[in-house]
Design a protein. Structure first.
Length: 259
């Protein structure tokens, strides 16, 4: 299927590895020029060079912390007028409700609620003026199925979901489509970290922990960044003009609900 976005320009955050890189690769395969962001210079430069060599597109890497005002200013200056925004940032650390204090919640909101909102506020007006735009916010399946040890993430990402629910419907008439993509358990560094945390807590081998977690997924395995990226690219395509403010689960069937 031709996604109809060849020659568009996208900003993809946290794109040097994991789900963000999967999104960047899938967009690049469709002929989308990229501005990619991450904090680590070396990994980001390597990703940029790989994308250029493989897909023959323009890639501008910007090493900055997207969760800070200074970092966003740097990224937005390089991005200019983009047609597509993929919001993505690492989730807050796991823990216990007994230990989280106000500062922990503020940090979670800064990274996973206020940073993507700031980028949308900066870039949506240009999309509205040009009467075409796509925004995909990478959130989490915890929006639909809260995860106890990820209470900070549950809270911050649900707040973003509420914001998107309203804004997406305001800009839709201008050809700008905003949706959220909710990953389940994918084979990323964060999933490995959570497996290791449980192994450390229970004293079990990490392979045992992984096998138990995988057994809860109907597909029988963790997802891949490649599959995730292809879904992200579709949500950035010309074919989703009537799909507004939705929360798209990509979790292998883990969240067991009818609606």
């Amino acid at each position: 299927m031709d996604l109809g976005i060849n020659g568009r320009r996208a900003l993809v955050c946290a794109a040097s590895k994991g789900l963000g890189r999967g999104c960047a690769e899938a967009l690049a395969a469709e002929g989308v020029d990229l501005v990619i962001n991450a904090r680590g210079v070396e990994a980001l430069e390597q990703t940029a060079e790989s994308l250029r060599a493989q897909f023959g597109i323009s890639v501008v890497p910007v090493a900055a912390d997207i969760t800070t005002e200074a970092g966003r200013e740097q990224v937005l200056a390089a991005a200019g007028d983009v047609d597509i925004l993929v919001n993505n940032a690492g989730g807050p650390p796991p823990g216990s409700w007994r230990d989280w204090e106000r500062d922990d919640f503020i940090a979670a909101f800064d990274a996973n609620t206020l940073a993507p909102i700031a980028l949308m506020k900066a870039l949506l007006p240009g999309m509205v003026d040009r009467r075409w735009g796509r925004v995909v916010n990478i959130t989490s399946m915890s929006v639909k199925a809260p995860i106890g040890v990820l209470g900070l993430s549950n809270t911050a990402r649900t707040a973003l979901t509420g914001y998107v629910a309203g804004v997406s419907r305001e800009v839709a008439r201008h050809g700008v489509v905003v949706n959220n993509l909710l990953p389940g358990l994918h084979a990323t560094d964060r999933t490995i970290m959570l497996d290791q945390l449980e192994a450390d807590t229970t004293g079990e081998a990490i392979d045992v922990v992984k096998a138990r977690r995988v057994s809860t997924i109907p597909t029988g395995d963790y997802g891949t960044s490649e599959d995730f990226g292809r879904m992200c690219a579709y949500l950035c395509s010309q074919h989703v003009g009537f799909m507004v403010g939705q929360n798209v689960l990509l979790d292998g069937g883990f969240v067991n609900t009818t609606l």
